[in-house]
Ligand binder design. Structure first.
Ligand SMILES: *[C@@H]1O[C@H](CO)[C@@H](O)[C@H](O)[C@H]1NC(C)=O
Ligand SMILES: *[C@@H]1O[C@H](CO)[C@@H](O)[C@H](O)[C@H]1NC(C)=O
Ligand SMILES: *[C@@H]1O[C@H](CO)[C@@H](O)[C@H](O)[C@H]1NC(C)=O
Ligand SMILES: [Zn+2]
Length: 421
């Protein structure tokens, strides 16, 4: 009897996923493979020597929700300065699945897919402990892997974080020291964040951090409210460009702009949800009833965890390219929603016309930017798109330190970075 209900539940779910337009096998996508990549243009073949700094420095900048293509919405002279004299992923940086903020920021700094670094969504419940992870959770047991700040201090170098998901979590010899680690507060003006980073270059040379992060919550905050095509986004992008200009000018004033490796990325893109592509779980009765208490999240990540005793096997069909299964924290039923779809329990007539992200990383709308500028990056070079798990190795390679094992390709850095002379 119990067994029978399991079987029918499973097939009903399969039926359900098909009926509601959820594809569990999306179109395959070709990921860049380091061996087949070719530089489109390069004038130099070795890294440029440092002029003023004693050691390599990396500033990792994130502009949240900076969808690939936003850089053409409006003149962005400062970002384009980095692009023209740096190395750019010509068709954007590919986020990891789910294309959400916390999983992606933590993949960028660990080189691990979310299943391996443990931050499988922005919000989830641990099925073993019953504890809930939220964006405020700082207990180290949630955050697996070794983030860059931890790797850097492990090698006796200094790291500084001006916001980044996970940066306040004490791990290994990283204890988020007040001098070099800021507790998240979205109200801090962007100018102040940049001024603090610039201030690090005024310190005695052995106190200048080798690795720094800066995080800006725009244009994601506008994107959620108004969608990717609203003039407010254009304004937010222009503002980010102005802030990048402030950083460049400040570095130039200190004579270190050409010595610093700047890596500018976003975490994911954004897609409009104005087409009213709504799916209501309750409308699917009488075929199947999914109680609200089983649903961990609705959209863009439909995650359902039935209670003990019901064990659907859907997860087996989930595309391997998404690397989203090897963690007990991941719900056993994941609905991969088509672009722009929204799922809710029932129709509360809450039509929204705004923006969302979190969908399959194969969608172009989920892509973001990658720009590298500085001594280790060739000027004016374009490289094909790649996944953000490659960035960890890139940073450890620039800093000449041994990173932890991760999901990036070891040879990838050799391709994107100029070799040391
Ligand atoms: C690019 O770098 C060259 C020096 O190699 C410099 O003369 C030029 O002004 C730079 N261009 C931009 C747009 O920053
Ligand atoms: C939701 O309910 C409203 C009001 O009853 C209706 O106008 C709308 O079409 C419904 N939406 C969908 C997607 O069924
Ligand atoms: C990702 O990296 C972790 C840590 O090295 C490893 O255990 C795991 O097998 C890797 N997964 C994939 C898909 O490469
Ligand atoms: Zn984000």
């Amino acid at each position: 009897m119990a067994r029978k209900s399991v079987v029918s539940f499973t097939s009903l779910i399969e039926l359900l996923l098909i009926l509601i337009g959820i594809s569990i096998a999306a179109a395959p996508i070709v990921f860049a493979n380091a061996n087949t990549l070719k530089a489109s243009y390069s004038v130099e073949n070795v890294a440029r020597p440092l002029v003023k700094l004693k050691r390599p420095v990396v500033i990792l900048i994130s502009s949240d929700g900076f969808r690939f293509g936003y850089q053409f919405k409006t003149p962005t002279p400062n970002i384009h300065r980095l692009i023209r004299n740096g190395t750019e992923a010509e068709t954007g940086l590919i986020p990891v699945f789910p294309t959400l903020t916390f999983p992606n920021h933590y993949s960028i700094v660990t080189g691990l897919y979310p299943a391996y670094h443990g931050i499988i969504a922005n919000w989830f419940t641990d099925p073993n402990s019953g504890e809930t992870f939220t964006k405020r959770s700082q207990e180290p047991h949630w955050w697996l892997g070794e983030p860059l700040w931890q790797t850097v201090v492990k090698h006796g170098l200094i790291a500084a974080t001006y916001f980044w998901p996970g940066s306040e979590v004490k791990k290994g010899s990283w204890n988020c020291p007040p001098k070099y680690c800021q507790p998240f507060n979205k109200k801090v003006p962007f100018e102040e964040r940049v001024d603090t980073v610039l201030g690090y270059f005024d310190l005695p040379s052995d106190e200048i951090p080798s690795f720094m992060t800066v995080y800006f919550q725009d244009p994601d905050s506008q994107g959620h409210r108004v969608g990717p095509d609203h003039p407010e986004i254009t304004e937010a992008v222009a503002n980010i460009d102005r802030i990048i200009g402030k950083l460049i000018t400040g570095l130039e004033k200190r004579g270190v702009f050409d010595d610093v490796n700047i890596i500018m990325v976003g975490d994911h893109g954004m897609v409009g949800t104005c087409d009213g592509k709504f799916l209501y779980l309750e409308d699917l009765a009488p075929w199947i009833e999914i109680p609200e208490s089983w649903v961990q999240s609705y959209y863009p990540l439909l995650a359902i965890r039935p209670p003990a005793g019901v064990s659907p096997a859907i997860v087996e069909d989930f595309p391997a390219r998404l690397h989203y299964s090897a963690n007990y924290r991941i719900s056993p039923i994941i609905g991969l929603l088509d672009e722009g779809f929204m799922v809710e329990q029932r129709n509360l007539s809450q039509r929204t016309c705004a923006g969302a992200h979190g969908y399959d990383n194969a969608y172009f709308s989920m892509r973001t930017i990658f720009i590298g500028h500085g001594p280790k990056f060739a000027k004016g070079r374009k490289v094909p798109s790649f996944e953000n798990v490659q960035i960890y190795n890139m940073v450890t390679s620039i800093l000449n330190i041994q990173g932890a094992s991760n999901n990036g390709t070891a040879s990838f850095s050799n391709f994107v970075l100029l070799p040391n002379r």
